[in-house]
Design a protein. Structure first.
Length: 386
C-alpha cells in the first residue's frame, strides 16, 4: 500500500427530516447566499423546508445554476456576493450546484486578475468562503469532497479545481429527496458513482486489500440497489443506501494508498464541453474503450473485478478481464445509457483529434495511473468510442 495522508472535515447529517438541521450549522449572524438550480427544489418541497429553517437569517437567493455549472452564470452570482456583502454560501442541489458553489467560495476571496485563472492555472484553494450543502441529487460526491468541475460556454472548456479550502462545512443528506428525481437523472447518478469507484479501483494492485474491498463494497451495493431505486424511488432502504454509496464513492476514502486513473473523466469532460452530453453518459462512452485500449496494464484488476463483482469464476485471467469490460458496458446499457459517441451526435468525426489537441495545448502529456496515456493515445481511445 502506498503512503497517504487523509483528512475529511465535512460533517454529514444523514436521514429523514434532517433538512431542518441547517439552522443549527450556519452562524446566526451570517449573511447567506442561497444557491440552487433550475427550480425543482420549489416543486419537491426542499426549498420551503430550507426557507422555513432559515427564517431568522438574512438570505439572498441565486437560482438558475445549470447542469455542468457555467462560468458565465457563476460570474453573475459572484457579483451578487460582492453587491450584498455575502459571507456564507448554501448550496441546495446536486453536484452541479455544489460545484458552482465551490467555485464561488474560491472566487469570492480570489485576488488575481480573473477567476478563470483558478481553473486555467490549477490554482489550489487553501481558504474559501465558508459554505454548506443540502443534497438533492446523489451522484457526484461533491457534498463530501473538495473538488469541482466548471464549464465555460464561450470556449467550450470544462476544467477542474480544488483544494482544502473547498470542503463543505456540513452536508445534509435526506434520502427522501430522491423520490422526485426523474429516471434519467437517477440512472445518471448510478452510472456516475459506479464509474467514480472504477477510476480509483481499476488500476493495478499495490497490496491495499482493505481499499480494494471498500471499493468493491460500494460497487456491489450500487448493483444491488440500482434496480430497486429505478423501480421505486420511494423505497427508503434502497434510496438511503444509494445516496450514501454515491457519497462514499468520491469522498476521498477509496483513493487513499492506491493509484488512481481519472483518464475516463478527463476525456469525458471534453465530450460534455463539446456536445453537452450528460456527464455520466460521457463516462459510459469512454470507459469500455479506455479499458480495452489499456487492457495489458489493467487486466489483473479487471479479472479481479470480474470475479468479485460479477462472479466470473471460469476462464483464463485474460478471458475474465474481457468479461469484466463486457459486464461494465452491459451495466451502463441496462440503465438505459448508450455507450457510443455516435449514439449522441452524428458530427463525431474529428472529435478525437480535437480532444487530443486540447490536451497538448494544456500540457496534459500523460494521463492515467501510469501517466502514460499521451494525447495520441487519447485520440485512439476516443476513436474506439465512436
Amino acid at each position: 500500500m502506498n503512503n497517504f495522508q487523509f483528512k475529511n472535515p465535512v460533517k454529514i447529517i444523514f436521514g429523514k427530516e434532517t433538512i431542518a438541521n441547517v439552522a443549527d450549522e450556519i452562524p446566526k449572524d451570517a449573511n447567506v447566499l442561497l444557491l440552487y438550480g433550475g427550480g425543482s427544489i420549489k416543486k419537491n418541497g426542499v426549498y420551503n423546508q430550507v426557507k422555513d429553517a432559515l427564517k431568522e437569517y438574512s438570505i439572498t437567493e441565486f437560482g438558475g445554476i445549470p447542469a455542468n455549472p457555467e462560468y458565465e452564470v457563476l460570474l453573475e452570482a459572484l457579483q451578487v456576493i460582492k453587491d450584498n456583502d455575502i459571507n456564507y454560501l448554501l448550496a441546495v442541489g446536486g453536484g452541479s450546484v455544489i460545484d458552482g458553489t465551490k467555485f464561488l467560495s474560491a472566487a469570492a476571496l480570489y485576488t488575481g486578475d480573473t477567476p478563470w485563472d483558478i481553473l486555467k492555472n490549477s490554482i489550489r484553494t487553501e481558504v474559501g468562503m465558508p459554505f454548506g450543502t443540502v443534497l438533492t441529487l446523489p451522484a457526484t460526491g461533491s457534498e463530501m469532497n473538495s473538488g469541482a468541475v466548471i464549464t465555460r460556454r464561450e470556449t467550450k472548456e470544462k476544467l477542474g479545481m480544488g483544494g482544502p479550502g473547498l470542503f463543505p462545512q456540513f452536508s445534509i443528506l435526506d434520502p427522501r429527496v430522491i423520490s422526485s428525481i426523474p429516471q434519467r437523472q437517477l440512472a445518471n447518478g448510478i452510472a456516475d458513482a459506479f464509474t467514480h469507484v472504477l477510476e480509483q479501483y481499476m488500476t493495478y494492485s499495490v497490496g491495499a486489500l482493505l481499499q480494494d474491498r471498500f471499493a468493491e463494497s460500494v460497487l456491489q451495493t450500487l448493483l444491488e440497489v440500482a434496480p430497486k431505486v429505478l423501480k421505486d424511488p420511494t423505497d427508503y432502504e434502497a434510496i438511503s443506501n444509494y445516496m450514501w454509496s454515491c457519497t462514499m464513492a468520491l469522498n476521498g476514502l477509496l483513493m487513499q494508498g492506491v493509484p488512481t486513473d481519472w483518464a475516463v473523466h478527463a476525456i469525458g469532460h471534453e465530450l460534455t464541453a463539446l456536445y453537452g452530453i450528460d456527464h455520466a453518459r460521457t463516462l459510459a462512452i469512454i470507459a469500455p474503450s479506455h479499458y480495452e485500449y489499456n487492457f495489458e496494464t489493467k487486466k489483473d484488476k479487471l479479472a479481479q473485478y470480474a470475479e468479485r463483482i460479477w462472479n466470473v469464476t471460469e476462464g483464463t485471467l485474460e478471458e475474465k478481464a474481457r468479461i469484466g469490460i463486457e459486464k461494465t458496458e452491459s451495466f451502463y446499457k441496462g440503465l438505459g445509457i448508450d455507450t457510443k459517441l455516435s449514439d449522441y451526435t452524428s458530427e463525431y468525426e474529428g472529435t478525437a483529434e480535437t480532444i487530443a489537441n486540447r490536451f497538448k495545448e494544456r500540457g496534459w502529456t500523460g494521463l492515467g495511473e501510469h501517466k502514460s496515456i499521451t494525447p495520441e493515445k487519447v485520440e485512439e481511445i476516443v476513436k474506439m468510442s465512436y
